[in-house]
Structure formats: structure tokens, C-alpha cells
Design a protein around this ligand. Structure first.
Ligand SMILES: [Zn+2]
Length: 343
């Protein structure tokens, strides 16, 4: 696997210095944990590049010019692996999800075979000057057998091998794995840092994406496309009407059901958050409209609708008829407002 562009983001520089100070007494396993979209993977890859580099710079950053850096950039470093859920074909998902799909798709799990395959790496002597680095992400996708296999490796750590585990959901990892890792909480940039960084990446109006993705800059950068803006704009225009929405006129030409569900879930989150906590997270620009329609909302129905959306999201990857399903959801949305919304 080729490394994209290992990067240390501004909000990570203090952490970077701290970890570089540990180079000479490296733990066998790091566990980087934190929210999605704060740059965990890029940071882990920068660490891997640094640890494998033959002449790192004074601040520890990989030189980018040595043989090892070249191998990493080309994706064929013999002492490096990045383990994550793989594309699978029929029948090779041992997690037992029941009906194995015929089409090739991304597995939801890291399998025990993937962990066993690491034995080939750590069992041999390393190709260069000693260290091998394994990134494993996200660690919450290890299925039970894979987690146990990894645990065995971590209990008797192979020499000169650094594991870097990543997780968005620390609470889903086995305590026995947690206890074998040096845990590192990945910093979350504050809003001003995020906005400044997004502006530096060339976004003219970074506040939109940052709010829409819940405040993490990398997710914001990815989400802030013309298409997403148009979809958000198009659907929220209708949702703003509350009980007066005309569900049959919405249309959804693009047909991306997952995006529609995402927008709906965030809209409902803000609506319930306004009622229960008096604040919004995703649509600050529509706060006053949300306040208006929140006055006539039936809260139990709203909470019930949120559960329906969560179920719809689980099936969002292969709906039969996107437009029909969305219409059905929006008809239910209209019923959340038993009395007409006051403007
Ligand atoms: Zn180098």
C-alpha cells in the first residue's frame, strides 16, 4: 500500500514532538484514538515513515529521499504493512454475516487471516536496519478471532516491530488489547484552527463543511464539494417547511440515498437538539428556521422517526427505489408537525 501523503497537521505538532522524544524507548504498540476526521491515519503514516526513514530530519519527519522513503511512496516497503478491512469476494468473510454477497465489496472486518499473514513479516529478519512498522486501522473492525490473534502477538511482541493501531471507537476494543498499547488521544483542533486550516487548503467558505460534518476539518475538506452543497441546499429548502413540506415534489434526481439520509439525520439531530438542549450543530445557518418549526413538533414522533432513519441508513447502500423511499420518509417527516408550523 502506498502512503498517500503522510502529514502532521498544525494541531498535532506538540504531540508529534512528544512521540518523537520516545523514539529510543519505543513501545511495542501505539493506539491512536479520537474522532473521525482529525487526521489519525495521516499522523500514523507520518510516524511509520519517520520510524523507517534512514535519515529523518531534525524534527523527526521522514526525509522523503532515502531508499526507505522511496519504497513507502511506491507502496512496496518490505518492512511496512497497513492492515484494514479488505475487498472480499464471495464466501471469504468469516464473520458470519449470513448471506455472503456475490459482488465484491469492502468487508466490514479485519479477519484472522490478515493478522496471521503478519507472521510472515515479523517472523523474518527485517530488510533494512531493523524496524518493522504495522498500521492497523480501524482497530474496532477486528473481528473476534482477529482480535484474539492480534492479542497473542502483542502478548509476546516480536522484536523490532512497532504496531500503530487506530480507532474511532476506543470503547469497542478488548480491554486486553487496550492494556497492551500505549494509548494516545489524538488532538481535535478548535473551530478557529479548523477554519484557518481549511482556508489554507483553498476553501472560500469553510464554515459550511465544518458545520455540516460536525466539526472535524478533514471530513469537512472531503465533504465540501459542489455536489454536496447542492444536495444539502436542495433538501433543506424542503425540510425548512416543516409540516407544510410537499413530500411528493422533492424529487432526488441524483439518487444518492445515503446522502439524503445523512442530511435528514443531521437535520433531525439539530431539531431535537434545539428542543432538548437549545443548540444546533450541523445547520447553524438555519437555526432560526429550525426554532420556528420546532415549536410545532411532536417530540415522541420525532424520536421515533430518528430510529427509522437509523434503520434506513443501515440499508442505504442498496435501496430498491430511491425516490419512493425518500418520499415515504418525507411523508412521515410532515407528520412530525401535527399543528401547522408558524413561520
Ligand atoms: Zn527517508
Amino acid at each position: 500500500m502506498a502512503l498517500d501523503k503522510p502529514a502532521i497537521f498544525p494541531w498535532q505538532s506538540a504531540l508529534w514532538q512528544r512521540l518523537m522524544g520516545m523514539r529510543d524507548r519505543l513501545p511495542h504498540a501505539f493506539l491512536l484514538h479520537g474522532r473521525q476526521g482529525v487526521g489519525k491515519l495521516a499522523f500514523a503514516q507520518a510516524m511509520a515513515a519517520s520510524l523507517l526513514c534512514e535519515s529523518p530530519q531534525p524534527d523527526g519527519v521522514a526525509c522523503g529521499a532515502c531508499l526507505s522513503c522511496g519504497w513507502l511512496a511506491q507502496g512496496n516497503h518490505p518492512d511496512f504493512r497497513q492492515v484494514e478491512p479488505e475487498d472480499r469476494s464471495e464466501g471469504d468473510d468469516e464473520a458470519g454475516e449470513g448471506s455472503a454477497p456475490k459482488a465484491k465489496k469492502k468487508s466490514r472486518f479485519i479477519t484472522v487471516d490478515q493478522i496471521r499473514a503478519l507472521g510472515d513479516l515479523v517472523g523474518l529478519s527485517s530488510h533494512r536496519h531493523g524496524l518493522r512498522v504495522i498500521i492497523l486501522q480501524p482497530a474496532e473492525t477486528l473481528n473476534a478471532n482477529a482480535a484474539n490473534a492480534l492479542l497473542k502477538v502483542l502478548e509476546e511482541p516480536p522484536p523490532a516491530t512497532a504496531f500503530i493501531l487506530l480507532t474511532h471507537q476506543l470503547q469497542r476494543l478488548l480491554p486486553t488489547i487496550l492494556s497492551r498499547c500505549h494509548k494516545v488521544a489524538m488532538p481535535v483542533p478548535n473551530k478557529d484552527e479548523s477554519l484557518a486550516w481549511l482556508r489554507a487548503q483553498g476553501l472560500a467558505d469553510p464554515a459550511f463543511g465544518l458545520a455540516f460534518t460536525g466539526g472535524t476539518p478533514l471530513a469537512a475538506l472531503e465533504a465540501d464539494t459542489v455536489e454536496v452543497r447542492e444536495e444539502v441546499e436542495s433538501l433543506t429548502q424542503h425540510l425548512k417547511k416543516g409540516g407544510r413540506i410537499d413530500a411528493l415534489s422533492v424529487g432526488w434526481a441524483r439518487g444518492d440515498f445515503a446522502t439524503a439520509i445523512d442530511i435528514l439525520q443531521k437535520w433531525m439531530y439539530d431539531l431535537s437538539s434545539l428542543i432538548l438542549a437549545g443548540s444546533v450543530r450541523y445547520f447553524p445557518e438555519h437555526q432560526s428556521t429550525l426554532q420556528g418549526i420546532a415549536k410545532s413538533v411532536d417530540l415522541p414522533r420525532l424520536l421515533d422517526f430518528q430510529r427509522t432513519l437509523a434503520e434506513a441508513r443501515a440499508q442505504a447502500s442498496h435501496p430498491l427505489n430511491v425516490e419512493l423511499q425518500l418520499e415515504a420518509l418525507l411523508l412521515r417527516y410532515a407528520q412530525l408537525f401535527p399543528s401547522p408550523a408558524r413561520p
